[in-house]
Ligand binder design. Structure first.
Ligand code: SF4
Length: 386
């Protein structure tokens, strides 16, 4: 039996020597992982120039792709094995002679020694090993509140149609989450609303999740309209969270203040570029496509199986299913894509759900292709279904 804890520690001690000797550290891939690693590298005391590299170029204007003999260490920042392998091959071309490794040992060291996340670190090490092997649930969005500061016409979660606005109790959320983590660990747990910071108890919600070592990465998605109190920043810092700000231009009135406060607390913070464009799902009604057409749409759609939405005692496959439940659809398509966490959950059921075996059914409720639309357009005084 592999001792994941010892393995990650040994890997880190080798990587530490490499990073200390490096003239520059390259974070390969413009991802949330690179954003977290940038903070981790600095917090762990590595002082060499550290830059993000993606699509053949550095993101930072100050870094350049020279072919000099600089000692370079490359950290492949992707959760996908195949992407990391391709990064490794590319790095041999762009940074010939560089040492290339993935981010797991560094991340673990940061969580254990700097963040000091309050959870069983041996179990967390096992979680990271399974994530590295892609034997984990890739992502869930854990919804903490149905309140929002905005009233977006095209909210993909259907928040605008919720009549039961409320915050979600952390104890209940954790009880249901355990049904999942007892079977498989979760690579990324993203907190989402509504607007997460409307919840006065958000710190407790985050801390409850961080105690579970079967969750590897914690991220917080905010619309940048609220600056939460310091206790929320402290909780996010102590849990190793990363903050993802959706930039809705002038609507995100607290964006700059949030970025500044995250910097003061040493919290990785990323302005999420996807928020610059939204996709319009279209009217919530069936289009009558064939199963073959729908399967192809499911396989092409960027939302697809990457968005498992977790609310109350239910897990929804794709945000369109959550939307369906928000507008009161109790039909078979929604039922086939909803996992009842109060009922028995088997590994087989969960794996089928993660693969999105029945998701094609929901795809008939969406436009394809989806039109690009202006983000966060606000609803007028008249509310109705799209
Ligand atoms: S239901 Fe299908 S088409 Fe609609 S967002 Fe989900 S994966 Fe995409």
């Amino acid at each position: 039996m592999v001792n994941s804890y010892e393995l990650l520690r040994e890997e880190y001690s080798h990587q530490k020597a490499v990073l200390q000797a490096a003239d520059r550290i390259v974070l390969y891939g413009n991802s949330i992982i690179a954003c977290i690693l940038k903070t981790a590298v600095r917090d762990l005391g590595f002082t060499s120039e550290c830059s993000v590299f993606d699509n053949g170029a550095f993101l930072e204007d100050t870094a350049s792709l020279d072919r000099s003999e600089r000692r370079t260490a490359v950290i492949a920042c992707s959760a996908r094995i195949r992407t990391r392998e391709s990064m490794r091959r590319d790095a041999e071309v762009y940074f010939s002679g560089a040492e290339v490794f993935d981010f797991y040992a560094l991340y673990f060291q940061w969580i254990a020694e700097v963040v000091r996340r309050d959870c069983d670190l041996s179990v967390l090490a096992d979680t990271l090993r399974l994530c590295r092997e892609e034997r984990a649930i890739p992502n869930i969005d854990s919804i903490n509140t149905l309140f929002c500061t905005l009233n977006c016409k095209e909210c993909s979660n259907g928040i605008q149609y919720r009549t039961d606005r409320r915050r979600i109790d952390a104890a209940s959320q954790m009880r249901h989450l355990k049904k999942l983590t007892d079977i498989l660990p979760i690579a990324q747990c993203n907190f989402q609303g509504g607007e997460v910071f409307t919840d006065a108890d958000f710190a407790a919600f985050v801390e409850a999740h961080a105690h579970d070592p079967r969750l590897a990465f914690l991220t917080v998605a905010t619309n940048g309209t609220i600056l939460p109190p310091d206790r929320v920043f402290s909780a996010m810092k102590n849990c190793g969270c990363m903050v993802r700000i959706s930039d809705y231009g002038s609507l995100s009135v607290k964006k700059d203040a949030l970025i500044e406060r995250c910097a003061e607390f040493g919290i990785p913070c990323f302005t999420f570029p996807m928020a610059e464009t939204w996709r319009k799902f279209g009217p919530y009604e069936k289009r009558g496509r064939t199963r073959e057409e729908l399967t192809a749409i499911r396989d092409q759609c960027c939302f697809g199986t990457h968005d498992l939405m977790f609310l109350d005692d239910r897990l929804y496959c794709c945000l369109r299913t959550l939307y369906g439940s928000a507008v009161g659809d109790t039909g078979e398509d929604v039922a086939a894509n909803t996992l009842d966490l109060d009922a028995e959950v088997t590994e087989e059921k969960l794996l089928a759900f993660i693969r999105g075996d029945a998701l094609w059914r929901m795809c008939d409720h969406c436009d394809h292709p989806m039109a690009a639309i202006r983000p966060a357009e606000q609803m007028g005084p008249q509310r109705g279904r799209t």
